[in-house]
Write a protein that binds this ligand. Structure first.
Ligand code: ASP
Length: 355
């Protein structure tokens, strides 16, 4: 009898412990309640801004751009949807565009004045405010991967030219022969730019010696900004820079704060356009700063910077951005900007031209 009593006590105790464990594990802790909702994530990309007009575009070329933008953004979205990090989403999305000859980044990069391809890229982690950038690399297949390696595997932020290539070798980053970057379209753009430059010089117009905004010949930088399910923002940008550039010219794309910026407190931004003005306007950081110190929404901050500040200086271009709530902006003051976004509900938007 005593044994039976002990057995019953044990059984009651055992089941009460079991049910308590189940209750604790299903109950939401306060931290979980504050965590971003399931659908508070998203991704937004650009493939460059410029004089992109419907009348200059064949249907087949437009379809090719739309298909590649879709492939790129869906690559990043799939990572985010599975709970992957915004940094992984950025890198893999940009890789798709770097590997396509349609964009001025990786394969398809524009040519320098002496017929080379010098690539720039940067990436920033909004959680840690860590960042990595590379400038003027000529043998790195995917410069965004090298920028990420600089951020994660070095104590520095930016490497240029031979030093960056040496670091790439040491990191086992994929290298290619410079001829990999050759495309006939970009070579023709260089020839057009140089012909135009010569005509302007023959007319003794010294102010036209270097017009970096050789319209129609320069757009196509790529960029991506994302918010993951853990509430972490990240942004990245990759480019061949500007057609006919010389003297080791570096634009805004690898400059943290100008071409790329991310901060979990505010937003993640990637820029495209006339780099000299984006550097001087510290465009990506300015949008974040307006949100942080001025209480502006992302949409308002992006509009002021891109529609007022940059054009008032004489520059043009655009940005894509996402904030810590998942709100997105795709703002540009040029005729068009290759762009796409997918929000947390899976809604896809792809566009090329302006209003
Ligand atoms: N911002 C790039 C640069 O100045 C060019 C571009 O975005 O089209 O190098």
């Amino acid at each position: 009898m005593r044994n039976l009593y002990l057995l019953l006590t044990f059984v009651v105790l055992f089941f009460s412990c079991q049910s308590k464990t189940t209750t604790i594990s299903t109950e939401e802790t306060p931290a979980q309640k504050e965590a971003p909702s399931k659908n508070k994530f998203g991704i937004v990309i650009h493939g460059g801004a410029g004089t992109i007009l419907k009348k200059n575009m064949s249907d087949s070329l437009e379809n090719a751009y739309r298909a590649k933008l879709k492939e790129a953004i869906e690559t990043g979205y799939a990572i985010l949807e599975k709970g992957g990090s915004s940094l992984d989403a950025i890198e893999k999305t940009i890789n798709v565009m770097e590997n396509s000859p349609l964009f001025n980044a990786g394969k398809g990069a524009v040519f320098t004045n002496d017929g080379k391809n010098e690539l720039d890229a940067s990436i920033m982690d909004g959680k840690t405010l860590n960042a990595g950038a590379v400038a003027g690399v000529t043998t790195v297949k995917n410069p965004i991967n090298l920028a990420r390696a600089v951020m994660q595997n070095s104590e520095h932020v930016m490497f240029a030219r031979e030093g960056a290539e040496q670091f790439a070798k040491e990191q086992g980053i994929e290298l290619v022969d410079p001829s990999y970057f050759y495309t006939e379209n970009r070579m023709n753009s260089l020839k057009r730019a140089q012909k135009r430059e010569k005509i302007e010089l023959d007319h003794d117009d010294q102010t036209a010696f270097y017009d970096p905004f050789i319209k129609d010949d320069k757009f196509g930088t790529v960029g991506c900004a994302a918010l993951d399910k853990n509430g972490n923002l990240a942004a990245g940008t990759s480019t061949g820079g500007m057609t006919n550039k010389r003297w080791g010219r570096v634009g805004d794309a690898p400059i943290i704060g100008a071409g790329t910026y991310a901060n979990n407190k505010t937003c993640a931004v990637s820029s495209t356009g006339w780099g000299e003005y984006f550097i001087r306007g510290v465009v990506a950081y300015d949008i974040s700063a307006m949100m942080e110190y001025g209480g502006k929404s992302l949409a308002e901050a992006a509009r002021i910077v891109i529609q007022e500040k940059v054009p008032n200086m004489g520059g043009d271009g655009g940005i894509i951005a996402i904030d810590h709530e998942g709100n997105m902006a795709m703002e540009f003051n040029t005729a068009g900007m290759y762009r796409a976004s997918i929000n947390g509900d899976g809604e896809l938007e792809i566009a090329i031209y302006g209003k």
